[in-house]
Design a protein around this ligand. Structure first.
Ligand code: ZN
Length: 316
């Protein structure tokens, strides 16, 4: 029988961003509640967070950056590198527990204990650069997992699909020279869209040229355009690349009711997106897929989006 893992830990709520920030603990509570009320919890292999082994953080991030993050956090500094990256005294520890939880989930996948998984973590990761916190992100959870897959499990090809409405600049930069990781992102661009990277001409460099693909979408675009672009850009790229494991940067912030973007995806579109990723995983990766939460800020919509997401993983 197929098994779906669900990483969630109440300690992920301890990263305190204060009263004026969209990336709040209530986001995770809303997702958890949606999954619980849909009656899905008992069908899932529940996974708790654990501190990441520092070697896996250091494999992606500069040691000086990790030390600086720890120091400014415990020194009581209220933000880091950018006013976006608000922190409390538990932020460093929470970020370690998030990255470690994703690593643990990845290990369980490779040991065959689960077939796929959703990691409901915070802080998110895809904007985090090797030496810089950005866009609510400190440690790049998905990049750490991809690197762990390659080094610990000798996975030769990792496919990353990022459908958060913002471009995952950190993930792209970390792997842009690496032909072992294909990074695909669909995101709003341009028109004031954060972080400003992710143009179509950004296709990787050196040996990694051709292993990065970006689909910028315009404000106002929705289900129809996404359907068209995913079929045009993602499907042929992954058909050719044939990933052995698929990692998904799951952001729910392209939803029509999410104030963080002007993209207008319906609730159903998010189910289609993860089903499409699962279809690629089934075709190429023996079904192996791990979805890691990035953005998504509509507390009203997150319960249904979380429940539908997990249901698609269970049904795969
Ligand atoms: Zn986002």
């Amino acid at each position: 029988m197929k098994k779906t893992g669900f990483l969630y830990d109440p300690r992920y709520l301890l990263h305190d961003t204060g009263p004026y920030h969209p990336e709040v603990p209530e986001r995770l509570q809303a997702i958890y509640q949606g999954i619980e009320e849909a009656g899905l919890l008992s069908n899932l292999v529940q996974i708790q967070g654990q501190r990441a082994d520092m070697q896996w953080i250091e494999a992606v991030h500069e040691v000086a950056y990790i030390r600086r993050f720890e120091e400014v956090c415990y020194a009581g500094q209220k933000s880091m590198d950018t006013p976006d990256c608000v922190m409390g005294s538990d932020t460093f520890e929470t970020a370690l527990l998030a990255a470690g939880g994703v690593i643990k989930t990845t290990e369980m996948l490779m040991q065959g204990e689960i077939d796929n998984a959703f990691c409901a973590v915070r802080p998110p990761g895809h904007h985090a650069e090797t030496g810089e916190a950005m866009g609510f992100c400190y440690f790049n959870n998905i990049a750490i997992a991809a690197n762990y897959l390659m080094r610990q499990w000798d996975v030769g090809k990792v496919g990353i699909i990022d459908f958060d409405v913002h471009h995952g600049n950190g993930t792209q930069h970390i792997f842009e020279k690496d032909p072992s990781v294909f990074y695909y992102s669909i995101h709003q661009h341009p028109s004031f869209a954060y972080p400003g990277t992710g143009r179509e001409f950004e296709q990787g460099s050196a040996e990694g040229r051709g292993f990065t693909k970006n689909t910028p979408v315009l404000p106002g675009h929705g289900d129809e355009e996404y359907g068209h672009y995913i079929k045009r850009d993602l499907l042929p790229a992954f058909e050719k690349f044939r990933p052995e494991v698929i990692l998904v940067s799951t952001g729910f912030d392209a939803h029509i009711d999410d104030d963080m973007s002007d993209v207008k995806l319906s609730t159903q579109a998010f189910t289609w997106l993860i089903e499409t990723a699962l279809g690629l995983a089934k075709e190429h990766a023996d079904g192996r897929l791990i979805s890691v939460l990035e953005g998504g800020y509509s507390l009203k919509r997150l319960p249904e989006l979380g429940a539908n997401h997990v249901r698609a993983l269970l049904d795969a």
